[in-house]
Design a binder for this molecule. Structure first.
Ligand SMILES: NC(=O)c1ccc[n+]([C@@H]2O[C@H](COP(=O)([O-])OP(=O)(O)OC[C@H]3O[C@@H](n4cnc5c(N)ncnc54)[C@H](O)[C@@H]3O)[C@@H](O)[C@H]2O)c1
Length: 276
């Protein structure tokens, strides 16, 4: 028996929604823990892709950017193929492409808005999980597994939300999409076991990313007031890398028995009865 040494996460990370926000923070966390390569999959503009890539490269990690829309199966299939052509395998996948969806009651819901939200947040997670799993099923375990521990052919972490457990008036499209993420995650976790693939989810609390620009709006408006209440219940404002680091930790072979679970990264928001 000896002390553990070396990088925590020496494999290859593949991140949808990776150009900015939480996905990019995950990419940087993987880079900091010694990933051999990081792949950013997104539909962002060139400038955002370049900024996201630079943040990863500044840590000294090789970074590949791929423009692909998670709602299109041919895109996500191609993204996995290009990642494998470049780095040979995918050890850690994080499916974080997402949209906030409409703020509309069910009585007022436009079908197209509902469908567009499910297409990214739920179908997009299904398609990414499908093609990441297919790749992981074909590859061997990541090397370096300790004696007596099961092989680890890959880990997938899907992005849920506190809305995978709770809801808010006017959030049915987003809430349903995040409940669906858990349905996909649970089934995939059971289907992956025989292949030494683990599938989990994280549920971030409240982080002021660009996705929420339209929702939070001006600092004095109703959205901003609601945001302040959310942060109070969460205990404080949160840093993007606080989500990034948890995704890395869940992806490690030392989490070999963690499968099909939903880790809340919310400062205690979901267990807090009061707003203090
Ligand atoms: N910010 C929060 O408070 C919070 C809380 C819980 C969960 N989340 C989830 O975190 C994930 C990341 O969101 P974020 O807050 O970092 O926002 P963000 O808007 O900064 O990041 C989302 C990324 O997904 C990309 N994307 C959107 N549609 C896509 C598509 N069809 N194909 C490929 N990429 C696509 C966007 O271009 C963007 O770069 C989302 O799933 C979101 O629901 C966020």
């Amino acid at each position: 028996m000896s002390k553990r040494t070396g990088p925590l996460a020496p494999g290859v990370a593949f991140i949808t929604g990776g150009a900015r926000g939480l996905g990019n923070a995950i990419a940087v966390s993987f880079a900091k823990e010694g990933a051999r390569g990081v792949v950013l999959v997104d539909i962002q503009n060139e400038a955002t892709f370049a900024e996201g890539k630079k943040r990863v490269e500044d840590v000294g990690c090789e970074c590949l950017t791929i423009r692909a829309d998670v709602t299109k199966e041919e895109d996500i299939e191609r993204a996995v193929k290009e990642a494998v052509e470049k780095f040979g395998r995918i050890d850690y996948a994080a499916n974080f492409a997402g949209v906030v969806g409409p703020s509309a009651t069910i009585a007022e819901m436009a079908l197209a808005d509902w469908q567009a939200t499910q297409a990214v947040n739920s179908t997009g997670v299904l398609l990414a999980t499908k093609h990441e799993m297919r790749q992981m099923m074909q590859q061997d375990s990541i090397p370096g597994i300790e004696s007596g521990r099961v092989p680890q052919n890959g880990s997938i972490v899907n992005c849920a939300s506190v809305n995978s457990l709770m809801s808010l008036s006017g959030s049915s499209a987003y809430t349903a999409s995040k409940h669906a993420v858990m349905g996909i995650t649970k089934a995939a976790a059971l289907e992956g076991r025989a292949h030494h693939i683990r599938v989990n989810a994280v549920s971030p609390g409240f982080l002021l990313t660009k996705m929420l620009d339209g929702f939070v709006g001006e600092s004095s408006g109703k959205g901003a007031e609601m945001w302040n209440e959310f942060e109070k219940r969460q205990g404080r404002a949160a840093q993007f890398e606080e989500v990034g680091d948890v995704v890395v930790l869940l992806s490690l072979p030392r989490c070999s028995l963690v499968n099909g679970t939903n880790v809340f990264v919310d400062g205690g928001f979901t267990v807090n009865e009061a707003n203090n």
